[in-house]
Ligand binder design. Structure first.
Ligand code: ATP
Length: 286
């Protein structure tokens, strides 16, 4: 069984639009203990079967997990097949990279199932062909991501804390948010200061420097994101931010009691609320 954990962005800065149409970004990403589950079984027949136990995701090549299996078969010339069972727990189209993490889990899982001679770096490179966040998801842990998000440098894990997440009942298309972004007028978080805070294990610094260029763009289209953030801060969150292109909002909370209070408060008016720990380091993925 492969765990496919969600990520949050502690910092997400968009620098400019590139000639190839992608945006140049600088992000600090970390994995959290909210994960999909992926089972891979060997098939003698040369085919990919995907059983996604969720009505929100497709069962064919539109699913990033399916795409990942196809890429692996092509790259390593695998003539047998694979039966993939995907159990979704991470909300879909939420800014948590659920699909990317499923793809990464299939890359890791196929390497194991077929005993392939490969490295995480090679899997991350294959992942980048599927989506910009897949490379990070192959490694997990905490990273500084640059380029279009596929250049990964491991950095120290955040100090331990609780993460309370809430997702309003809307799906946000990452593409649409990037299309609406005016980079020259946008807010830019201090990503270097965030990295310094992590290096120093400075929880207050981490709370001070969280920031996301895309937040104001999504908020303009979905004001409920700002409301959710306000609710979290009022309920006592140490810091609160939208993840990725949204609409999920997360809070950093250093005390168990406080995190539970925020969780219960949000449960009053939002259906999808989670209280989880950071996964932090790579080792915890195994
Ligand atoms: P990101 O933060 O990387 O932009 P996200 O969390 O906003 O990702 P996902 O949940 O990864 O978004 O999915 C976005 C879209 O991708 C959905 O429209 C969904 O149909 C499609 N998709 C394809 N495969 C998957 C998958 N395995 N899990 C979830 N969504 C998937």
């Amino acid at each position: 069984m492969e765990k496919a954990p969600a990520k949050i962005n502690l910092s997400l800065d968009v620098l400019h639009k590139r000639e190839d149409g992608f945006h140049e970004v600088e992000m600090v990403m970390t994995t959290i203990d909210l994960a999909d589950r992926i089972e891979l079984e060997y098939l003698e027949e040369d085919k990919i079967v995907l059983e996604a136990e969720s009505r929100y995701v497709p069962n064919d090549e539109r699913n990033l997990a399916y795409l990942a299996a196809r890429k692996m078969k092509e790259r390593f010339d695998i003539r047998e097949g694979v039966y993939i069972t995907l159990t979704k727990h991470v909300p879909v189209a939420a800014g948590l990279a659920g699909g990317s993490s499923d793809a990464a889990a299939v890359l890791r899982g196929m390497a194991r199932l077929f005993e392939l001679d490969t490295t995480p770096e090679e899997l991350a490179e294959i992942g980048a062909e599927i989506g910009s966040d897949v490379s990070f998801c192959v490694h997990g842990g905490t990273a500084f991501a640059t380029g279009r998000g596929e250049q990964i440098e491991e950095i120290p894990a955040p100090p331990p804390c609780w993460i309370v997440l809430a997702k309003p009942p809307i799906g946000v298309s990452t593409k649409t948010i990037y299309q609406s972004l005016k980079v020259e007028e946008a807010y830019h978080p201090d990503t270097r200061a965030m990295i310094r805070a992590l290096e120093e294990g400075d929880y207050e610094g981490m709370c001070q420097y969280i920031g996301n260029t895309l937040e104001e763009v999504t908020v303009k289209q979905y004001p409920e994101v700002a409301q959710l953030k306000e609710h979290m801060l009022q309920a006592g969150a140490d810091a609160s931010l939208m993840s990725g292109s949204g609409p999920t909002v997360f809070s950093l909370v250093d005390q168990d009691v406080k995190a539970r209070r925020i969780y219960n408060h949000l449960k009053g008016f939002c259906e999808e609320v989670y209280m989880v720990r950071l996964l932090g380091t790579k080792e915890t993925l195994d």
